[in-house]
Design a protein around this ligand. Structure first.
Ligand code: NAD
Length: 396
């Protein structure tokens, strides 16, 4: 059993979209004497504190803070600082949430290795990158874990906990124990324990595989003048955000960073297409800049029709995910498919591919063969594990 009483100071480095929400759930757990939020940008710290205060007050007004806790008492435990060394000097547990750029993360982990207390566990919230490569820079790779959160963190249940090559079981166990104590409004936290790393872990590995299709669709729609919203409507009914609107929501720069990482690690076919590249060049990054694939007004995409293009269907989406899930089994990243489906449900709030894939894998394999012909993207080729149904007995 991990003794969490010894974890008194929880530090988050990077106070952007993710860091502020990680700090918020750390406060809500009421487990730590202090939560310290560090950023190189003073404005980010000010905005983050306002965001957390509002977030806590909203949850309090709905009566959903744990009994005996108030937003006021919790916010008193939050400290912000621009100075890294003073922020981490008493840290017991540190979560990094700075941009998804390997060199930046390695520079930071070098400093964490130099200045954090010897016993501190160092966690990275990277969405895709190698925990081992980040850990190497710290000079204490045993204490480094991947701790991948899903936004909105106060709501969604999933945390992916990932071991690097040298991560100790002790550091991993501390990560699991802390993760389980961070509250989520949708229910009990689900910690996906991933013992072997691979780009994108589980959720992003599966979703980025589907990005290959959307990247192709986006260029095809641009070339043929098909309204993007009709394509999104092939997959969902408004007001639910379709896959292209979700890209805008997350930020097209973030999507391109991740795709470019997959280019290096998995296949050159992941390269962002010309529509994405142009939008990025123009600085149209989606919701955060007010324009991306869509115009964004008051936090919502300007989608006017519920008409469909009638070119795609959500089965293709699940077929691609089933193929990628089977690749994870083939690569020994997971030993059974249940963890994949449970992880997708807890992180994306939608079913994983294996539930329906068990019945449809033969039909879906043929569908993927067709998709290879239509798109000329070879990565869609169904793997052996999927085609043969060899995954069927591998549940746990
Ligand atoms: P963001 O750009 O919103 O925030 C990053 C913050 O880090 C900024 O405030 C920036 O000033 C600060 N920063 C940069 N360098 C720093 C340094 N050396 N020290 C301290 N602060 C520094 O980014 P984000 O969306 O919060 O993403 C952070 C990490 O979380 C990335 O690795 C990303 O891949 C991952 N992630 C993002 C999401 C998402 O949906 N946005 C989901 C899961 C994981």
């Amino acid at each position: 059993m991990v003794d969490l009483n010894r974890v008194k100071t929880f530090v988050v480095v990077g106070a952007g979209t993710m860091g502020r929400e990680i700090a918020q759930v750390a406060l809500m757990s009421n487990l730590f004497e202090r939560v310290i939020l560090n950023d190189i940008n003073e404005n980010a710290l000010i905005t983050a504190k306002e965001y957390i205060t509002k977030g806590l007050e909203k949850i309090e007004s709905k009566g959903k803070l744990r009994q005996g806790l108030t937003s006021k008492s919790l916010i008193n435990n939050l400290f912000t600082s621009k100075n890294l060394i003073t922020s981490i000097k008493e840290a017991d547990f540190i979560v990094e949430a700075i941009p998804e750029v390997m060199e930046l993360k390695q520079d930071l982990f070098k400093e964490l290795g130099e200045y954090a207390p010897e016993h501190a566990v160092l966690a990275t919230n990277t969405s895709t990158m190698s925990i081992s490569k980040i850990a190497e820079a710290s000079n204490r790779p045993k204490q480094v874990i991947g701790m991948h959160f899903f936004t909105p963190i106060p709501l969604l249940r999933l945390i992916e906990l990932i071991k690097g090559e040298k991560t100790s079981q002790e550091a991993f166990n501390i990560g699991i124990a802390i993760g389980q104590k961070l509250p989520a409004l949708k229910g009990k936290r689900y910690i996906a324990k991933i013992e072997k790393e691979s780009p994108g872990f589980i959720v992003n590995r599966l979703t980025i595989a589907t990005s290959l299709l959307f990247n192709w669709i986006l260029d095809m729609a641009t070339d043929k003048g098909i309204p993007y919203e009709k394509i999104d409507n092939d997959f969902v009914s408004p007001p639910e955000l379709g896959p292209l609107a979700k890209w805008d929501f997350l930020g097209l720069d973030v999507i391109c960073d991740v795709m470019n990482y997959f280019v290096k690690e998995i296949s050159p076919e992941f390269a962002p297409g010309k529509t994405l590249t142009n939008l990025l060049k123009e600085g149209n990054l989606g919701r955060k800049t007010g324009k991306g694939i869509y115009e964004w007004v008051e936090g919502k995409p300007n989608i006017k029709t519920s008409e469909k293009a009638g070119l795609f269907n959500s089965e293709q989406y699940y077929a691609i995910q089933l193929n990628e899930g089977c690749r994870l089994l083939e690569e020994g990243i997971v030993s059974g498919y249940k963890i994949i489906d449970d992880t997708m449900l807890a992180g994306m709030d939608m079913p994983g591919p294996f539930g329906a894939g068990k019945r449809n894998y033969e039909k879906w394999s043929l569908m993927l063969e067709e998709l290879v012909k239509t798109t000329q993207i070879n990565y869609f080729k169904p793997c052996e594990m999927m085609k043969s149904g060899a995954f069927l007995p591998l549940r746990k």
